[in-house]
Design a protein around this ligand. Structure first.
Ligand SMILES: *[C@@H]1O[C@H](CO)[C@@H](O)[C@H](O)[C@H]1NC(C)=O
Ligand SMILES: *[C@@H]1O[C@H](CO)[C@@H](O)[C@H](O)[C@H]1NC(C)=O
Ligand SMILES: *[C@@H]1O[C@H](CO)[C@@H](O)[C@H](O)[C@H]1NC(C)=O
Ligand SMILES: *[C@@H]1O[C@H](CO)[C@@H](O)[C@H](O)[C@H]1NC(C)=O
Ligand SMILES: *[C@@H]1O[C@H](CO)[C@@H](O)[C@H](O)[C@H]1NC(C)=O
Ligand SMILES: *[C@@H]1O[C@H](CO)[C@@H](O)[C@H](O)[C@H]1NC(C)=O
Length: 466
């Protein structure tokens, strides 16, 4: 007869959380734990007598844990099959690209038979497919490794429970599942349970802008960072041939963005009012455009429901310091999991970046942080989970995130997270917390990046992922 002390791993909280999201596969729960006297069954399987002080031991949770483990195993099995399918599809894509390249070669050898425009169009298509393939490959490779790890871990948990080798009862705080797991299987976005950005994906080039003109070098695009219900799929776009801001278009979804079928275009200028902006560093949040007002120099918000604007002067903000790639970028708006932000520089700070948190309801700065980074050396900035990230140019193909400022700890850090650019200059770069992507307006092109985060490893063992 053996006494078994049981532990509900830190994983229990994790699994408990997962269970709410896990697919309801019709798997009959396996009854692995029953309270009965210890016997040794066939093989090395044992049945144990568990001394369970009813008040402390969460039997229900353990049973749930087992059911969940079984469900996850099945789900993972399905995922692994999917990944294998992806891989074979990719091979076909690759072949297509090779064929396209051959086609291009033929076209170039006989340029008279095809217009330059057509050739350009095909080239862009190839670039897109290439970017997609590389991205898919990277994600498949990662997800495949992760899946195998999870699979092993789950199998391990399963065996642990079968062999009664649980350790000590422990009331673990519920914690949310690791982000990578989230993004792979569920769309539980908005979690900040990670250790900051680890890398960016290759640039994903969606399209030449809706003006069909790379001369529209100044602009931005993206999604509402806090969409009104029903507008979750909405995209927006604004561009101009100079640094002024006048028109903003919204699109029902990605498809209409790509088809250039705007749902509505807002005009900030009319004969009786001039709400135009400048600098192209706006964001849309809660169906409201936050941007730099041209005259007077101030921060403005344009409510796209009521189609009215209001502005507030930002104390001490200077018009003298812009980012490296473009003029008039004095107020840069950003939105993240924690809310709305604006970065600028002041005379007092001698051009060093100042970061302000905006109270959306009062439309006023509620706190400011002084950084030590000189704004004119910065390509652009964005916020993720209350951390400011600044970029700078490395060469014509590469930029890097070189600076971080954490508003919670008030600590700054110099880092090097390089990323590729599609074209040399970009005037718009912002993060969107709803899909954890970076949106860039790169000389007239819509470009985006997936953001990869460092997994938090100060959490309890056993580590489920990576
Ligand atoms: C899961 O499926 C079972 C059997 O079809 C059903 O009784 C149960 O309500 C479902 N649970 C959820 C959360 O959908
Ligand atoms: C377990 O053992 C105790 C004492 O040896 C006995 O009274 C009880 O009936 C047993 N229970 C089962 C389920 O076999
Ligand atoms: C690529 O071209 C080869 C030779 O012309 C052809 O056999 C193959 O089917 C093509 N592949 C695709 C994916 O179009
Ligand atoms: C967001 O928009 C809704 C509906 O327009 C409004 O009621 C709410 O006050 C807004 N929230 C903020 C923080 O501005
Ligand atoms: C925008 O205007 C609408 C209609 O007047 C109003 O209901 C809403 O609260 C406004 N949104 C914000 C964020 O102020
Ligand atoms: C993560 O773990 C490694 C090795 O165990 C350790 O050196 C590092 O400091 C940890 N990082 C954090 C953020 O806890």
């Amino acid at each position: 007869k053996m006494s078994v002390s049981i532990f509900i791993l830190p994983v229990a909280g994790f699994l408990g959380g997962l269970q709410e999201k896990a697919m309801n596969l019709s798997v009959s729960p396996v009854d692995l734990w029953t309270e009965r006297n210890g016997t040794v069954g066939p093989g090395d399987q044992c049945t144990c007598e568990a001394f369970l002080p009813g008040s402390t031991f969460p039997m229900g949770e353990l049973v749930q844990l087992e059911q969940t483990a079984v469900q996850i195993s099945h789900k993972l099995e399905l995922e692994i099959v999917k990944v294998e399918m992806f891989e074979s599809k990719l091979t076909i894509y690759m072949e297509k690209v090779v064929n396209l390249t051959v086609l291009i070669k033929i076209m170039e050898d006989d340029p008279d038979s095809y217009s330059e425009l057509y050739i350009q169009e095909v080239k862009i298509q190839i670039k897109q497919v290439e970017a997609l393939i590389l991205e898919l490959q990277a994600s498949i490779q990662t997800s495949y490794t992760v899946l195998i790890t999870i699979h092993k871990e789950v199998t391990h948990i399963h065996e642990l429970s079968v062999h009664c080798q649980f350790h000590k009862v422990k009331n673990s705080p519920h914690r949310s599942p690791p982000l990578l797991f989230c993004t792979l299987f569920f769309s539980c976005t908005g979690s900040c349970n990670h250790g900051g950005i680890s890398r960016l994906s290759k640039p994903i080039i969606s399209q030449l802008n809706a003006n069909l003109n790379a001369g529209y070098m100044y602009g931005g695009w993206g999604k509402d960072s806090k969409p009104l219900p029903g507008s979750e799929n909405m995209y927006w776009y604004s561009a101009s041939t100079d640094t002024s801001v006048r028109y903003v278009s919204v699109y029902t979804d990605y498809y209409s963005l790509i088809m250039r079928q705007a749902k509505k275009t807002y005009d900030l200028y009319a004969t009786n009012r001039d709400w135009r902006g400048t600098g192209n560093n706006y964001v849309i949040r809660n169906n409201t455009l936050y941007y730099q007002f041209a005259n007077p120099f101030s921060m403005a918000k344009y409510n796209m429901t009521s189609q009215t604007a209001e502005y507030r002067v930002v104390p001490k903000a200077s018009k003298r310091f812009s980012y490296h790639y473009s003029a008039n970028q004095n107020l840069d708006f950003a939105a993240d999991e924690n809310g709305l932000w604006v970065t600028y520089a002041t005379e007092e700070s001698k051009g060093k970046l100042v970061l302000g948190k905006i109270d959306e309801v009062a439309f006023a700065l509620k706190e400011v942080w002084q950084t030590s980074v000189f704004k004119p050396s910065v390509g652009n900035t964005f916020m993720v989970c209350g951390v400011l990230y600044a970029t700078r140019s490395v060469d014509i193909h590469t930029d890097e995130i070189f600076y971080m400022y954490n508003t919670r700890t008030r600590k700054e850090n110099y880092v090097s997270i390089p990323f590729k650019k599609f074209q040399e200059n970009y005037v718009y770069l912002d993060y969107n917390p709803t899909d954890q992507k970076l949106y860039m307006f790169n000389r007239g092109y819509y470009v985006s990046y997936h953001v990869w985060f460092n997994q938090n490893n100060q959490t309890n063992k056993p580590q489920l992922l990576i």
